[in-house]
Design a protein around this ligand. Structure first.
Ligand code: EPU
Length: 433
């Protein structure tokens, strides 16, 4: 298992480029199921969740070309001959977003068999709202042997009011509704930019969607969709992670290729902590030239402060003077990084859904373990300001969603390297002269 070795102390200086959004690319790839023509997606990040989705689609009979080059990170997906409308436990257990194929499969094939995701490091994360929504569109759903089976001759438009705001739930049902018979009105939808990006793609494929990015989405079902080409939006969470890294290390960092208006809540909060933030059309420059002030944060659905930035913000809070109260409202168990930060010298107390961080504390290097994607990012950030050499284990979590993070950070001055598993000496065969 790979590890990162990080030596802290260097401010991040220069320009760092953001990749395409993982959480926009995943539903976009699932949307290709809705048509028998090729869908070309650009700006696909080179991360493990994309490879998992490639495997998922290939197992259904899709042709998926995936290529990463200097100019283009692109995938071409053709779902002409889908043979097996199934998402197996083996794949779903490694990536919960696999459940995004449920809606498109029932809509296009009339049948889907998708493993239930089970437990997860950041909370229970059920998919009951996806299921209820599909039932509202006329699907018949049964559950057996850990799998959900959904069938429908043709989905029919309906009214869906989400009891709770769900990002992939909104995306799943939006995709299903595009091929339903008649109009679907969805209320209390997620407003995340990734939902609006998916709707853009679907409209380019011939769907009739209005209101994506607002709480109410209207979809006029069509008979069929066609192929298209689409570039996914930049990754706002990767951008946010780099912006926090610049602020935390006392750096002067230009985060380029991002969409600043998707980052408003984070940028406002950083301004409150005393960091200078300069925005242009597709870049954010962060300059940290003074002490950081403690500020409270509450995670909320978009456009509120993202839960996917909570762990990284906690690393920053350890370096701010005063007490920061961080309230996690979206997931019930998303503080696994706190214990690891404490092992590095942070003063953090968890009280239910609140983390009370008292700063500033000097951090010192330790052996720490990544527990989920964003938790790993928070440990990398903390290590960048810790004294000594931090070893972060289980970086496969970070590889799920950050493209070559160690190379990108090294290019702006971080001392970070990846090491593979070190084999015990006796396992190395003797070399005869
Ligand atoms: N929920 C339900 N029932 C459902 C669906 C969700 O109770 O059927 C609950 C969840 O348990 C949670 C809340 O609703 O408490 C919100 O969950 P949501 O469904 O919005 O999360 P998600 O769609 O599974 C996406 C991102 C996550 C991100 C969340 C919240 C993707 C592929 N994943 O997950 O990203 O944290 O929205 O913004 O888009 C990450 O990238 O590290 C990541 C975890």
């Amino acid at each position: 298992m790979d590890k990162f070795v990080v030596r802290g102390g260097n401010p991040l200086l220069g320009t760092i480029r953001v990749s395409g959004a993982k959480n926009a690319a995943l539903p976009a790839m699932a949307a290709a199921i809705l048509t028998d023509e090729p869908v070309i997606l650009e700006g696909i990040p080179q991360v493990r969740d994309i490879e998992t989705t490639r495997q998922l689609l290939a197992a259904m009979g899709a042709e998926v070309e995936l290529g990463y080059g200097r100019a283009h990170h692109r995938t071409t997906i053709c779902c002409r001959d889908l043979t097996s409308p199934e998402a197996s436990y083996e794949l779903v257990k490694t990536m919960r977003a696999s459940t995004l194929v449920l809606g498109p499969l029932v809509a296009r094939m009339g049948r889907a068999r998708v493993s239930l995701p089970g437990g997860c490091a950041i909370g229970a994360r059920p998919i009951d709202l996806h299921i209820k929504g599909l039932e509202r569109l006329g699907a018949k759903i049964t559950q057996e042997h850990g799998y959900i089976e959904a069938t429908a001759d043709r989905l029919r438009g309906g009214q869906i009011v989400f009891e709770k705001i769900t990002v992939t739930g909104t995306e799943d049902l939006l995709m299903a509704a595009t091929l339903a018979d008649g109009e679907t009105i969805m209320q209390n939808c997620a407003r995340e930019p990734e939902v609006a990006d998916l709707a853009d793609l679907l409209n380019k494929m011939g769907a009739k969607i209005e209101g994506a990015g607002t709480p109410t989405i209207r979809v006029q079902g069509v008979e069929q969709l066609h192929g298209t080409k689409h570039r996914v939006i930049p990754d706002r969470i990767e951008a946010g992670t780099f912006i926090v890294a610049g602020a935390l290390t006392g750096g002067d960092l230009n985060v380029s290729g991002c969409e600043p208006k998707h980052l408003t809540a984070l940028l406002q909060k950083l301004g409150d902590t005393g960091v200078t933030v300069l925005q242009s059309t597709d870049a954010v420059r962060v300059i940290a030239n003074g002490p950081l002030r403690a500020c409270d944060v509450i995670t909320e659905e978009y456009p509120g402060f993202p839960t996917d930035m909570q762990a990284q913000y906690m690393a920053l809070a350890t370096q701010a003077s005063g007490t920061s109260v961080i309230t996690e409202n979206i997931f019930e168990n998303r503080f696994m990084h706190a214990q690891e930060l404490v092992r590095m010298g942070a003063n953090i107390k968890i009280e239910g859904s609140r983390a009370v961080v008292r700063g500033k504390t000097e951090l010192s290097a330790a052996a720490v373990q990544a527990s989920d994607l964003r938790a790993s990012a928070s440990l990398v950030l903390a290590a960048l300001v810790a004294e000594g050499e931090t070893i972060i284990d289980r970086v496969y979590h970070i590889d799920r969603g950050y493209e070559h993070i160690e190379e990108k950070l090294r290019n702006v001055g971080a001392q970070i390297r990846r090491i593979g598993e070190i084999l015990p000496k006796r396992a190395v065969p003797a070399v005869r002269a």
